[in-house]
Design a protein around this ligand. Structure first.
Ligand code: ADP
Length: 619
């Protein structure tokens, strides 16, 4: 007897002792595996001439032996070798298994089973023993995998005529739960209709009926093999015949998500290029979405035959979260070896899909704000990155899909909404950058400016890159309030005069902080003594972002130290300039350090600053 891997054991324990009310999903899991196995062989046969199969015979068979309490599911798919039986069924191979590992400490088992298609092991919810007999295509040896549960499993040689796999479940005896039902034709038929109707291979089962002979009145058995599924894949069926629940189940099942998508787009195109597509916009990002493990792509079918699990060329990066299937009779089966650039059909489909998704997102934003914000919470980063990426190639397509926090009501606002409610005479779209809304709100300039204009809060480093890539929205330029002059004309004149008069003072101060390029008075600040702003293309937020990127840390913002003209510190500085040059130097250093800290920058000389402050504190 071999032991299961630890994670498998845990999962299995959950299955066996499950109080989960939806045990019936076990059948869906097994059928789905069988269908995958047939897909694999089918695809192989289409691309490898040496493999010859009769594709009309590809099917899944279900049989029941009530006396022995056996429910068997047989497929003539690719099968498994001894090693594959061992590695596939001895450990969790599931895409959701990582999620499971991360979650099983925290959540109830009900959650886990509902959330992740738990695959093969779900059989143990209804079976006291599971026996798998499989023969890999091209091999002449069959093997049997057998397990009664958590203790482990055995593998040994077995007999089987043809390639393929049989999963034989010994159904548990009834307790509080009715397990007998899984030995009834009617239950199985109902479950197949409910969960597996979209499977593209026939799922067959023999129905045994008792009928009374009309003349002799004798009872006799009548047997008939029936196909339980409708065989037309969901995406090929008519929209008005599909319920929301069917769309939903299909999505969760096929794309291993436990939450419903925010929307689906089902289209069928006829004309020069014929195709069906069924696309889904998820409500949240998968756990690995923002990692290099995440693979974008749509399932690609050619007339119902799966030819590629994830066709990346069908989706631009900024829409990489979209899931779905595309099926076209106009695609060659060898498409996987070609690329988008080479294939006109694929390119046309990709373009039309892209437009449809954008339109749908715009529609949801307009008509169901709450739903959109739920989606946006997880995918904002991707969309904003999409604007900036590829030198802004897609910026116009995405600009109406992004939202920013706003000073108005701290709610999210689209650029369109911002522009529509701009103040009279306002010519620019103002934004401010910082680590969080709270930090931006405390920024000296924000305090006074937000009384005049609405300000967009950029809290992600990508925000400003996106805005700079857009440059303008409906002819209004974006302006970082940290770099922008926003004073009224009269005050500007007065300020200019005062700045000129203080030139000597500023020159003296600059000697103490040579990395600052300019010092000036401002009347933009309410209570704060100082603020750090920038000149030129690189802002402080960009300097911070660059610092995180390799080989780019030499890029620095050109800094301006602005001093609140009406703050007491202004006259103190003037006084020091006349009477105490050494004191002025120290004051300058401390003020600059303060300004840096407010901006969220670190200081290079903390000991020196601390000593100066201490010196003054002890006076
Ligand atoms: P998943 O299907 O998500 O990978 P499962 O636990 O359901 O997880 O199955 C584990 C693996 O066992 C599958 O990935 C597949 O390789 C293999 N397998 C299961 N059932 C079959 C089958 N009927 N034919 C061939 N391989 C199968």
């Amino acid at each position: 007897m071999k032991e299961f891997k630890t994670e498998s054991k845990k999962l299995m324990d959950l299955m066996i002792n499950s109080i989960y009310t939806n045990k019936e999903i076990f059948l869906r899991e097994i059928i789905s595996n069988a269908s995958d196995a047939i897909d694999k062989l089918h695809y192989k046969s289409l691309t490898d001439k040496k493999i010859k199969i009769d594709k009309d015979k590809l099917e899944i068979n279900i049989s029941i032996d009530k006396d022995k309490r056996l429910l068997s599911i047989t497929d003539n798919g690719i099968g498994m070798t001894k090693e594959e039986l061992e590695s596939n069924l001895g450990t969790i191979a599931k895409s959701g298994s990582q999620d499971f590992k991360n979650n099983n400490e925290k959540k109830e088992d009900i959650d886990i089973i509902g959330q992740f298609g738990v695959g093969f092991y779900s059989a143990f919810m209804v079976a006291s023993q599971v026996r798998v007999v499989s023969k890999a295509y091209g091999s002449d040896e069959a093997n049997e995998w057998l397990s009664k549960g958590i203790e482990g499993y055995t593998i040994k040689k077995a007999e089987r005529d043809d390639y393929g796999t049989t999963i034989e479940l010994t159904i548990k005896e009834n307790d509080d739960e009715d397990y007998d039902q899984y030995l009834e034709y009617n239950t199985i038929e109902r479950l197949i209709k409910k969960y597996s109707d979209y499977i593209t291979y026939p799922i067959k089962m023999e129905e045994v009926r008792e009928v009374e002979d009309k003349e002799s009145k004798e009872k006799k058995e009548e047997r008939e093999v029936k196909t339980l599924n409708s065989l037309v894949p969901l995406w090929k069926r008519r929209k008005n015949e599909i319920t929301d629940e069917e769309y939903d189940t299909f999505y969760k099942d096929k794309f291993f998500d436990y939450e419903s998508p925010i929307s689906h787009i089902h289209t069928s195109a006829e004309g020069t290029i014929e195709y069906n597509s069924l696309l889904y916009i998820p409500s949240h990002a998968p756990f690995n979405y923002y990692s290099k493990d995440y693979e974008k792509g749509l399932q690609l079918y050619s007339n119902g035959v799966l030819i590629m699990e994830k066709c990346a060329d069908l989706l631009p990066d900024y829409l990489s979260f979209v899931k779905g299937v595309v099926d076209s009779p106009d695609l060659s089966l060898n498409i996987s070896r070609e690329t988008l650039q080479q294939n006109r059909v694929l390119k046309t489909i990709a373009n039309s899909i892209e437009n449809k998704i954008i339109k749908e997102l715009e529609r949801i934003l307009k008509e169901d704000r709450e739903k959109y914000e739920m989606f946006y919470k997880d995918f904002a980063l991707q969309l904003k990155f999409g604007i900036y990426n590829e030198y802004g190639l897609n910026k116009d397509k995405i600009k109406d899909l992004i939202l920013f926090n706003s000073s108005n009501d701290l709610k999210q606002v689209s650029l369109k909404e911002y522009v529509d409610r701009k103040k009279d005479g306002q010519t620019k779209i103002y934004y401010a950058c910082g680590d969080s809304i709270e930090m931006i709100d405390k920024m000296p300039k924000v305090e006074s400016l937000k009384e005049k204009y609405e300000i967009l809060y950029c809290t992600e480093y990508i925000d400003e890159f996106a805005l700079l890539t857009l440059r303008e929205y409906e002819k209004m330029e974006f302006a970082n309030i940290a770099t922008e002059d926003v004073e009224p004309e009269e005050e500007k004149e007065e300020l200019k005069k005062n700045n000129e008069e203080a030139k000597g003072l500023f020159d003296e101060m600059l000697k103490a902080i040579p990395e600052v390029s300019e010092i000036k008075f401002t009347n933009n600040l309410k209570n704060h003594p100082v603020v750090l702003t920038t000149k030129g293309a690189v802002s402080i937020e960009m300097e911070k972002a660059m610092k995180l990127m390799p080989n780019a840390d030499s890029i620095k913002a050109t800094k301006v130290l602005e001093i609140n003209e009406s703050h007491e510190i202004a006259s103190k500085l003037k006084d020091l300039y006349e009477n105490d040059k050494e004191g002025l130097e120290k004051y300058t250093k401390v003020l600059y350090a303060q300004a840096r800290l407010i901006e969220g920058l670190s200081i290079d000389n903390p000991t020196e600053i601390s000593n100066i402050i201490c010196e003054y504190l002890s006076k």
